[in-house]
Design a protein. Structure first.
Length: 247
């Protein structure tokens, strides 16, 4: 596997699901890891798992819809663990509904948390990466950003925006040896998808050539690869982890 010894990673939304799996895998590969999420208890639980692996960990309670808390998070991580060399923008929420019925508040809240936070967090970590002339930024998008879906206009707009932002930042900072890529999960079994009924679940599986849902570990492995030295010549790309659901 890839060696991330000496790297400092920050995983947003790292307290559960894909974020937790990613934080743990990065730690297993040698990185020290900070986890930022809204719930302190869940962050602390993941931090304890990371420390059990022999790595340093930092739980940070933060609402990533608030710009000042994003800035404070990066300052806290840098002071405690060192310059952030791996940023995983994973935090996301949903406020689903048909467009005609969608409240402007639900639109703005999802865009702020899922897209604007990625812009702000990236902006905060870039100076340190530029000085080090090394950085890995991995943004979590979604298969629906590429395929579309009913009742998720706000979520899809944010996730599609992440793809565009990824490509723009990749071009801007490639000369500083900072790579910026996106990982696009399909139907992954996580706490966010656990509420699906049997009929919607089967409908999703019918669209997947591999005929099974993915796991959070499947996505974490893709993130770990893009965070590694082995992926140093890959930037501005979207890595699909969807079992063939979208090609």
């Amino acid at each position: 596997m890839f060696d991330l010894t000496g790297q400092v990673a920050l995983v947003t939304g790292g307290s559960q699901g894909i974020g937790r799996a990613t934080a743990l895998l990065l730690a297993q590969l040698g990185a020290d890891v900070a986890i930022a999420a809204r719930t302190q208890e869940k962050c602390q639980a993941v931090a304890s798992e990371i420390e059990a692996l022999g790595r340093r960990a930092l739980p940070v309670q933060a609402d990533l819809a608030v710009a000042d808390q994003i800035r404070a998070t990066v300052e806290q991580v840098t002071a405690s663990l060192g310059t952030i060399s791996i940023l995983v923008n994973n935090a996301a929420i949903t406020r689903d509904g048909l467009l005609l019925r969608m409240k402007q508040e639900d639109w703005e809240t999802v865009l702020q948390t899922n897209l604007t936070s990625v812009f702000l967090m990236t902006q905060q970590v870039l100076p340190g990466m530029m000085k080090a002339r090394r950085g890995r930024i991995i943004n979590l998008t979604s298969v629906v950003a590429q395929s579309g879906n009913v009742g998720q206009a706000n979520y899809i707009a944010a996730k599609a925006g992440i793809i565009g932002l990824t490509k723009a930042v990749a071009r801007e900072y490639a000369s500083r040896q900072i790579t910026v890529n996106a990982v696009s999960p399909g139907y992954i079994e996580t706490p966010m998808t656990a509420g699906l009924g049997e009929a919607p679940r089967q409908a999703m599986l019918d669209q997947i050539p591999l005929k099974r849902p993915g796991s959070d570990r499947d996505v974490a492995a893709a993130v770990a690869f893009l965070a590694s030295d082995e992926a140093g010549y890959i930037t501005g790309q979207v890595l699909n982890v969807n079992g063939g659901m979208y090609m």
